[in-house]
Design a protein around this ligand. Structure first.
Ligand SMILES: [Zn+2]
Length: 476
């Protein structure tokens, strides 16, 4: 599964240390890695057989343990066997964030699998979601993410710099220490995109690359664009060409890919992920679309409710095959994509391929002194406040920003103070104001704008934000 040309330490880490650590901790990740390093070469029929076998197990579990599905199958007089025999996902209901947040307990397994734990997503739809995950599902996610990253030459133990989101609410000291040790073993280094606001900050990030000489850069496309623009202005080039740049959390535009290739002198690999499912698709060395993590999830693309033709844009719907704590079955992710319409991939893998993902619009916020903050900051901040049902951030003046919140219940004074403090710290010179609303504005296109900047020219689109532990190699 891992690249053959890894440096010695990375080889040792991937092939010996990591599987030993994980087996000792009872993780199934090493076994899953072994499986998917083989199944990525299966033909399309064999892959589908595998998916339907796994789905049959999940559906039977859902009918047995999950109230929503028990009721739905009873109401519709259907059995799991009938659905599986017909191999027709469209027999099952679609769900989305709203359906689930309206009655969260009905979507949870009762009792939950041992060791299940909650996760939250900020969601660039401007609507946070909290969900449960069983440990084995997390192990699957880790394994498919590592495989997708490995296609780009990124492997645990290979020196890599991540320009990514950072903690907004500091972790407890023990957790910080544990993570620092783990990152050291993985040879992962971090620069916070949220602190890359001014040209000086960007220069600092470039100097970090000079000092570190990483093999890989893992970065938001918009952050890479900021780095590359500055590099072009100042004539900066890496002291040593990188092996690869891997992008995530936003759509990678062609001009960004060209810039990155030119400045960093290496190939660029796009990934598509979300907090709900981690890595959903990743680009292989053939650079023709992104291969879906088909052993861990079934992806549908629906145009007007029916399966889209190859090349036809439609909405992305995902069934997670291994989350038994909270089964996501035909979940509308909120992004748009299309199947690639060109037979088997040059790399030899039959894992289905999608083209560019069109997500939601996220604008940059500017400060009076010319610094720019990515709109991805806000979902990351607001996901930790359960009272917030939906949100939208609008910068109406250079020195003023409105935080529109649709609330589930009252926001504690302490929480609103915390939100305002975070805004003030991150955006000096811009005064934040919380406005509680009944509903947030939907753009004429039907898309939710989670940030409305002063300068919409620089709007970015992207799928749901995923933290480094979500789209990439997570914590051990
Ligand atoms: Zn391929």
């Amino acid at each position: 599964m891992y690249p053959a040309d890894l440096p010695p330490y990375a080889r040792l880490y991937c092939h010996l240390l990591q599987p030993v650590f994980e087996r000792l901790r009872g993780k199934i990740t090493p076994r899953v890695e072994k499986t998917i390093s083989r199944t990525q070469w299966l033909g399309p029929e064999a892959l589908q057989d595998m998916q339907w076998r796994e789905l049959a197990v999940l559906l039977a579990w859902a009918v047995d343990r999950v109230d929503f599905y028990r009721q739905w199958f009873a109401d519709n007089r259907l059995t799991v066997e009938q659905v599986v025999a017909q191999r027709d996902l469209s027999l099952l209901p679609l769900v989305d964030k709203q359906t689930i947040t309206a009655q969260p307990s009905r979507f949870l397994a009762d009792p939950l699998p041992a060791g299940s734990y909650p996760k939250t997503t900020g969601g660039t739809l401007g609507q946070p979601l909290s969900f449960m995950l069983n440990p084995e599902s997390d192990h699957w996610r880790q394994a498919v993410s590592r495989r997708g990253y490995a296609w780009a030459g990124v492997a645990p133990g290979r020196r890599q710099l991540h320009v990514w989101s950072s903690d907004l609410i500091p972790l407890p000291r023990a957790a910080q220490f544990k993570r620092a040790v783990h990152r050291m073993l993985l040879r992962q280094h971090y620069v916070s995109y949220y602190r890359m606001l001014s040209p000086q900050d960007t220069d600092r990030a470039l100097r970090r690359i000079d000092r570190l000489r990483p093999d890989n850069l893992v970065i938001y496309p918009s952050a890479a664009e900021v780095l590359c623009t500055r590099a072009r202005q100042t004539g900066w080039r890496p002291r040593r060409p990188l092996v690869s740049v891997l992008t995530g959390a936003e759509t990678l535009f062609d001009h960004q890919r060209e810039m990155i290739q030119e400045v960093f002198g290496c190939p660029v690999f796009e990934t598509y992920g979300s907090r709900e499912f981690m890595l959903m698709a990743a680009e292989c060395p053939a650079h023709q679309g992104m291969h879906v993590s088909a052993e861990n999830l079934m992806m549908e693309i629906l145009a007007d409710g029916r399966p889209a033709e190859p090349g036809e844009l439609g909405e992305v719907v995902v069934t997670d095959l291994h989350n038994f704590a909270q089964p996501f079955i035909r979940y509308r992710v909120g992004d748009t994509s299309a199947w690639l319409d060109q037979g088997p991939c040059a790399c030899g893998r039959s894992l289905p391929r999608i083209t560019k993902v069109e997500g939601k619009v996220v604008d940059m916020i500017v400060t009076p002194d010319g610094r720019r903050l990515t709109g991805h900051f806000f979902p990351h901040l607001l996901k930790d406040f359960p009272a917030v049902e939906r949100y939208q951030i609008e910068q109406d003046r250079e020195d003023h920003i409105i935080i529109r919140l649709k609330l589930r219940h009252d926001l504690a004074d302490e929480d609103s103070r915390l939100i305002l403090d975070k805004f003030r710290q991150t955006l000096p010179g811009v005064e934040p104001e919380i406005e509680v609303v009944d509903e947030v504005k939907i753009a004429p296109t039907g898309k939710v704008r989670i940030t409305i900047g002063l300068d919409n020219q620089h709007g970015m689109t992207g799928p749901d934000i995923a933290g480094p532990g979500d789209a990439g190699q997570g914590e051990a």
